[in-house]
Design a protein around this ligand. Structure first.
Ligand SMILES: [Zn+2]
Length: 393
């Protein structure tokens, strides 16, 4: 969240009339999808504009599709444009990691353009029904009177939109697609009780990860997933906050390693000087990134960065043991992340205006069951191949 200041994704939610929506599909996920087959697992990291936000599209080898967060409402044309570029005709799932506007704001608009079979979330928003004082404490200078009522309306509109198509998940649940599995590692501030198969190793980085204040808002409720296609593994933990991450990765690593990692919470790090509460909203502790050991990380963050932020998260990601590259949706020009940009060939948008009619831009990952994958930049067509780990030895 944070438009530059305190995190809290998405307080300006504007889901207005959620009537239309898509007609419920009667097919099951196991049936052939109408989207065109691609032969590999395609992951599109969509540039959703100048501020924070996430919308990531997964298309399975046979053409099933999952939108992992819908992005902010103002970015719906970019999200829809990416779906069109990917040949998607309908969505099997929209997974909302948590109820902040930069993650679920565009859900209604997208569902008006594309039939959606199922909406998946973590359960009731913990921000529902809070008074202005609660919001004032959590939004700092961005607080506006009536913010709570507006949030409540946006959340209720989502409930009306998803209605009979809505499912909630808990850690350990698995969403099975053809050849691709999505495992829920955390949701609703709870984490896996037991390590996933092949995981459970002691995590040396836990000693370097302190305990901070708990988050009582939506970020810490985030659904976190491990997506697998054969040996290929992709991890995204939404806007998961410090202590919940530590519970997932300490004292043992319950997830295992991954090939690709969408950087948690847009790499948000806030200084301790802002107060204990905000310090606890930081993301990407060493315990997380050193456990996952991604070969490639992707940053979904707008050019404005986090104005009051520090670079702790980016330093932790850059310092993780197997990391080769960080790809980015935008070149960061301000905030705590601006000194950690990659080369421009790895960045989808170099100079964005933030308008709705900006060109559709994304970073695309094409994964294969042997663990190899390729990354490409929609702006330039630049592509880089990452071989299967075994073939590098
Ligand atoms: Zn966010």
């Amino acid at each position: 969240m944070k438009r530059g200041f305190i995190s809290v994704c998405g307080f300006i939610l504007m889901l207005v009339s959620l009537t239309a929506g898509a007609q419920e599909q009667k097919t099951s996920a196991a049936e052939a999808a109408p989207n065109a087959p691609t032969g590999s697992l395609e992951i599109y990291f969509i540039d959703v504009g100048l501020s924070v936000g996430n919308a990531t599209l997964l298309v399975t080898p046979s053409g099933q599709s999952v939108l992992l967060d819908a992005g902010p409402e103002y970015a719906w044309r970019r999200v829809a444009g990416t779906l069109q570029a990917a040949g998607v005709k309908q969505l099997d799932y929209i997974i909302i990691t948590h109820f902040h506007s930069d993650h679920f704001g565009a859900a209604r608009k997208i569902s008006e353009q594309f039939p959606v079979r199922r909406f998946i979330d973590h359960g009731q928003s913990v921000e529902l029904g809070k008074g202005d004082e609660w919001w004032r404490q959590r939004r700092g200078p961005w607080f506006k009177p009536g913010m709570g009522a507006k949030y409540d309306q946006a959340y209720r509109d989502y409930l009306n939109l998803s209605d009979k198509r809505r499912e909630t998940v808990t850690p350990g649940d698995v969403i099975r697609l053809d050849g691709v599995e999505i495992r829920v590692a955390c949701a609703g501030a709870k984490v896996l009780a037991q390590p996933l198969s092949g995981a459970g190793q002691p995590n040396n980085a836990c000693d370097d990860t302190d305990r901070r204040a708990d988050d009582d808002a939506e970020d810490g409720q985030s659904i976190g997933v491990l997506v697998t296609l054969g040996k290929f593994r992709f991890v995204y933990l939404g806007d998961l906050t410090w202590n919940v991450s530590k519970a997932l990765f300490c004292p043992t690593n319950k997830v295992g390693t991954c090939d690709a990692y969408l950087i948690t919470h847009h790499a948000q790090s806030l200084p301790k000087s802002l107060g204990e509460y905000y310090y606890g909203l930081c993301a990407c502790p060493k315990a997380e990134v050193n456990a996952l050991q991604p070969r490639v990380a992707v940053l979904s963050l707008g050019a404005l960065g986090h104005k009051a932020g520090t670079s702790e998260a980016m330093q932790n990601v850059r310092g993780s043991p197997r990391l080769q590259d960080v790809w980015q949706t935008e070149l960061i020009t301000a905030g705590g992340e601006k000194d950690h940009n990659s080369g421009q060939e790895l960045i989808a948008t170099i100079k964005g205006g933030g308008g709705q009619n900006e060109p559709v831009r994304f970073i695309k990952l094409s994964a294969h069951p042997d663990g190899s994958f390729a990354m490409s930049n929609s702006r330039t067509g630049f592509t880089k191949n990452y071989p299967a780990p075994d073939s590098t030895h």
